[in-house]
Structure formats: C-alpha cells, structure tokens
Ligand binder design. Structure first.
Ligand SMILES: C[S@@+](CC[C@H](N)C(=O)[O-])C[C@H]1O[C@@H](n2cnc3c(N)ncnc32)[C@H](O)[C@@H]1O
Length: 225
C-alpha cells in the first residue's frame, strides 16, 4: 500500500515512522510519502492560507494551494488523481473513524491524506479535491497531522507484515472475529499480586473453557459499552 500525506509539517512524521509496526510495514514494501503544501504553493513567500470570506477569526487553507500541491506531487491534474485513489480530508466534522472504515481504507492500494491547519480547509477542498472527509473523534485538534497518524497507525497495523503476530490483528476489539465487540481482558505474570488474582480459568490450561470465557467477557463488555 502507498499512503501519501499532505501537510505543513512533514518532519513530524519521522517519529511515526520509527514505530516498530510502521517500520515493519515499510520493510515489507509498503510506502509512506510526504508533501509539504508550501513546496508547491503558487503564492509568494510560502503563503498557504487566507482570511475567511464573510469575516471571522483565523485563517483558512486555500483551495488553489492544495490543488497545486496535488498537481505538483502527482504530476497530473488533481481530477485524474481523485479518480484513481481515495483522497481523505481530515476534518473534525467528517465521518468518524471506526474499525469498519479502517478495514475499508486498508483494502485500498493507495491513499492520500490531507491535513488541515488554522480554521481548517476551504470547503471546496473537501467537496472537489477529496473523496472522503474523516474525523478521528468529536473534538478539535490544532491540526490534521495527529489525525493522519491515527489513520495511518490503524490502517498500517492491518497490513500484512506490520505486526509480528498476524493473529493479534485478527481477534481484537471491534473486529469481525469478536462480532464487533470490545476485546476480552488480558493478564500476565504474576498470577497473584497484592491479593489481585488472575481469573482461575486462565490458569486452567483448558483451551475450550478459556475460549468460552473470553467470548463471554467480550460480549459483556459490548453490552455495557
Ligand atoms: C483547528 S482545526 C479546525 C477546526 C474547525 N474550525 C472546526 O471547528 O471544525 C485544524 C485542522 O485540524 C484537523 N482536525 C481537527 N480536529 C480533527 C478531528 N477530530 N479529526 C480529524 N482532523 C481534525 C483538521 O485537518 C482541521 O482542518
């Protein structure tokens, strides 16, 4: 898979790439690329934003700047790019990211993520340049970079080769294997600590009972959530 991130801060993603599962995915042939809006802006002095029509506080990321960045990076008209790959604008008001959407995005061969800043995008970016608007939750971040990392983190860990254990990505919270419910609780050594004991069934070595107990815990968590 190829993921391209459009941002004002490409250098922030160096830390992200050093994470084990991301490094594994890169080593397995998946690709992450970055484009700075400023490198392609048609405006002078690296300008990328402007005051909002109708007045109000803050600055808005310009549509011509994002269009120029897409055209400059891909070397063709942004309409052609939009027809070929999903272009996700990260916005607080977009479709909420959940495991189903992550599965959908992880099945794509290529993705483009647009990070907003300031007061956000000129709406024509969302309407005419992007194919999707995605939110990581009903709160407001200062910029789209952390949201892009959340999308990438969740998508990358679904890619073959990213996790040491393919099984860990199959049966986890909200997955089809757990019928969309949260995952069951985990415990490790010591079996007792300050009087807090691990559930006996997990120490029993009885695989069928353990499987049943885990399913039941997962179901209960789903009902109380
Ligand atoms: C300060 S926010 C703009 C908030 C906007 N004025 C509003 O009220 O929705 C700047 C940028 O951060 C990103 N952002 C903020 N919150 C987000 C969220 N919950 N999910 C995804 N992106 C978000 C978007 O790219 C947005 O354009």
């Amino acid at each position: 898979m190829q993921i391209d991130v459009f941002t004002l801060f490409p250098e922030w993603f160096g830390w992200f790439e050093s994470q084990r599962h991301v490094a594994n995915a890169l080593a397995a042939g998946h690709e992450l690329r970055y484009c700075s809006y400023r490198d392609h802006t048609p405006l002078s002095a690296g300008q990328v934003d402007d005051t909002p029509f109708g007045g109000g506080a803050g600055m808005v990321l310009r549509v011509d700047v994002v269009d120029a960045a897409l055209q400059g990076f891909y070397g063709r008209d942004s309409r052609e790019v939009r027809a070929e790959r999903r272009i996700v604008a990260l916005t607080a008001s977009g479709r909420i990211l959940d495991d189903g959407l992550v599965d959908e995005l992880a099945a794509e061969p290529a993705l483009t993520l647009l990070c907003g800043r300031y007061e956000g995008f000129d709406e024509r970016i969302v309407e005419h340049l992007a194919t999707d608007a995605v939110s990581i939750g009903r709160y407001v971040l200062a910029g789209g970079e952390l949201a892009a990392m959340v999308v990438m983190d969740t998508v990358v860990r679904k890619l073959p080769g990213a996790l040491g254990h393919e099984e860990s990505a199959r049966e986890e919270s909200f997955s089809a294997a757990l019928e969309g419910a949260p995952e069951y609780p985990h415990y490790t050594r010591p079996a007792e600590y300050r009087g807090w004991r691990v559930p006996e069934v997990l120490l029993s070595g009885h695989h069928e009972r353990i499987r049943e107990w885990r399913r039941e815990q997962s179901r209960r968590r789903g009902q109380s959530g």
